[in-house]
Design a binder for this molecule. Structure first.
Ligand SMILES: [Zn+2]
Length: 185
């Protein structure tokens, strides 16, 4: 894999799909990418597989498909990347643009983390162990991003729950921070 003009591009075996989301806008002038935010998502909650996450991020989620979908189908949210259970990667927003993943948030007393962060969603749930293929893909992508965006370092990787405490719990206790971070240095 490599990053070309803000998009991940496949070079070998890693599977990357692009599904451009309309849910993004420009980063503020002079904003630099300094933070990586790890999330989880599953739709419906606790169920893996299918295209509902992609549908949500591209504003195509069918409100009829599940009883919880009417309240989320118009949220207009996104992330830069989704890493599915099998380790495959979907990119929704160019890294140089601002995706809408963090919401009300604060990191080292700086607010509005979307301005200066990249958001990566892992298909998962707080208490369900993530797949090794997901860690592998996440580590690969993290290393690439640190190469391209030098202000990103292992010290500027955080969880959604850390920048929106009390409001968000992802990626949850199931996420193996130690194992993940040991694979990117
Ligand atoms: Zn999140």
């Amino acid at each position: 894999m490599k990053i070309v003009d803000g998009w991940l591009v496949v070079t070998e075996s890693q599977n990357v799909e692009h599904w451009p989301s309309p849910n993004f806008n420009e980063r503020p002038e002079n904003a630099e990418i300094e933070l990586l935010v790890i999330h989880n998502i599953s739709l419906p909650a606790g169920h893996f597989g299918g295209s509902y996450i992609r549908d949500l991020f591209t504003n195509c989620l069918d409100p009829q498909a599940h009883e919880t979908f009417p309240e989320i189908c118009n949220l207009e949210v996104s992330a830069h990347l989704l890493i599915s259970r099998d380790g495959s990667i979907t990119q929704f927003v160019n890294f140089d643009e601002r995706a809408w993943h963090a919401g009300v948030s604060s990191w080292q007393s700086r607010k509005a983390c979307n301005d200066f962060s990249i958001g990566i969603e892992l298909e998962g749930a707080d208490d369900v162990p993530y797949e090794s293929a997901q860690y592998k893909a996440l580590q690969q992508v993290t290393k690439l991003l640190m190469d391209v965006y030098p202000k990103l370092t292992p010290d500027t990787i955080t969880g959604h729950s850390d920048i929106a405490p009390g409001r968000k719990t992802d990626p949850g206790p199931a996420f193996d921070w130690k194992g993940y971070l040991s694979g990117i240095s």
